[in-house]
Design a binder for this molecule. Structure first.
Ligand code: NDP
Length: 453
């Protein structure tokens, strides 16, 4: 089997040059899925792995817009429609200067397995733009969103492809994107999720990814007869996922110690309580400031600026019990992983997508800690997007309690799927194999049943 997987991975690298993040994501899944192919030669014969790693469609387009000073800018927009075997393409849009084809393909690929795990009928996709929202006015962001949607609208729809937010795309951007879609199509549908509450959005959608990552950590702790009560938690990022991760950690009796952005991180040994979290939400969501201001405001808080040429990130070198990486891909390398384990961290629940490098993942698996990969731990966001789609189709709004209880139930069910799949394929406790195999089996069955299309 390993020669088959190696040949497959060589082909992926040859066919998709200069896309290291995509290679990394495929490699991880392929190693888990090898266990399935051993037992199910029919999947190998049907070339499911080869087909699943090839996007159904890739759309790239020009996004030109004018800044407030009248200068013209040209960005590049993308939508990767990866796999629709079990439902319409579903996945976020990322606006960040690092966005490129390889990063969006890795995200779209991960999304296929994640969405399959949610128990809801959603295929996988991802999109975005190499635009940097930092320092841009609301009007500039609006013009960029309108230009982006002026092309994207012809490729998406409530039964075809339903984008959502991701890094750099929050409530403000979803509003501008939705407004332009509605104008161009002259229809009011659930074509985007993460919408405002007054125009089709779901309660709990903003909270869902962070809440879900904490629910997943609580499920993992339960397997060792423990809870989050009194646990010290490291959180990276300070955006949507990080903020609601901290809200739920506090609610379940844990203590969050850190937050970061691309300039540095803060360490608050007293814990980021709900009052301080309110300050962070205003700082990041309204004033759009830097996390350093937290250390200026509160006593006893250390701020460490990011040093890019350091071989590790000091945010992961603090004594704690749990870690919730919630910023971006590959933010934990092999050395960071060793530091985490050495400092007593034994629960990792990934709010971000693929935040740990393969070397880091190996450290966690060897240490036999409770390690949940993003495609399982952060699936609460897309799951609640799925619930928003259901509410839009039925033209109904569920209460906060109803959505939260469905989210909680879905996270428990994803946890159960991971545990059972890992055990069924001879690697009990390995959530990486559990998530990859659990997601793969559902999509593979659908692809076989629907024939070679
Ligand atoms: P936001 O844009 O709200 O926040 C992102 C945070 O991460 C910011 O604090 C940002 O800092 C920091 N960050 C981004 N890129 C980098 C970088 N290259 N280096 C250091 N810090 C960085 O995004 P989200 O919270 O929505 O997303 C965070 C992660 O969670 C992503 O990996 C995303 O794919 C994943 N995710 C999000 C979901 C959602 O529902 N939103 C669902 C599932 C996964 P700065 O402001 O300085 O850039």
């Amino acid at each position: 089997m390993s020669s088959y997987i190696n040949a497959f991975l060589d082909e992926i690298k040859a066919k998709n040059p200069a896309q290291p993040e995509f290679h990394q994501a495929v490699l991880e899944v392929a190693h888990s899925v090898a266990l399935v192919l051993d037992r199910h030669p029919e999947y190998r014969k049907a070339k499911i792995l080869e087909r699943i790693a090839e996007p159904e469609r890739v759309i790239m387009f020009r996004v030109s817009w004018m800044d407030d000073a009248g200068e013209i800018h040209v960005n590049r927009g993308y939508r990767i429609q990866m796999n629709s075997a079990i439902g319409p393409y579903k996945g976020g849009l990322r606006f960040h200067p690092t966005v490129n084809l390889g990063i969006l393909k890795f995200l779209a690929f991960e999304q296929v397995f994640k969405n399959a795990l949610t128990t809801l009928p959603m295929g996988g996709g991802k999109g975005g733009c190499d635009f940097d929202p930092k320092g841009k006015s609301d009007n500039e962001v609006m013009r960029l969103c309108q230009s982006f949607m002026s092309e994207l609208y012809r490729h998406i729809g409530p039964d075809t492809d339903v984008p959502a937010g991701d890094i750099g795309v929050g409530g403000r951007e979803i509003g501008f994107l939705y407004g332009q879609y509605r104008k161009l199509r002259n229809e009011v549908t659930g074509v985007l999720t993460g919408k405002g509450l007054d125009w089709g959005g779901s309660l709990i959608r903003p909270e869902a990814t962070g809440y879900g990552a904490v629910y997943f950590a609580a499920e993992m702790l339960k397997t060792r007869n423990q809870t989050l009560e009194g646990k010290k938690c490291l959180v990276s990022g300070s955006g949507n996922v990080a903020q609601y991760t901290i809200e739920k950690i506090n609610e379940l009796g844990g203590k969050a110690l850190t937050l970061s952005d691309s300039n540095g991180f803060i360490y608050d040994p007293e814990g980021i309580d709900s009052k301080k979290l309110e300050f962070v939400m205003d700082l990041k969501n309204n004033r759009r400031g830097r996390i350093k201001e937290y250390a200026d405001k509160y006593k006893g808080v250390a701020y460490t600026p990011l040093t890019p040429d350091l071989d590790h990130n000091p945010i992961w070198d603090i004594k704690a019990d749990c870690a919730f990486p919630s910023a971006t891909q590959n933010e934990i390398n092999g050395k960071d992983a060793k530091n985490l384990v050495r400092n007593g961290v034994f629960v990792i629940s990934e709010g971000a997508n693929m935040p740990t490098t393969p070397e880091g993942v190996d450290v966690f698996l060897d240490a036999k800690i409770l390690y949940a990969p993003g495609k399982a731990a952060n699936a609460g966001g897309v799951a609640t997007s799925g619930l928003e789609m259901s509410q839009n189709s039925a033209r109904l709004s569920w209460t906060r309690e109803e959505v939260d209880s469905r989210l909680h139930h879905i996270m428990k069910s994803i946890h159960k799927t991971c545990v059972e799949a890992a055990a069924a394929y001879g690697t009990p406790g390995n959530y990486v194999n559990g998530a990859n195999i659990g997601g793969f089996l559902k999509v593979a069955r659908a692809m076989i049943e629907q024939g070679l299309v």
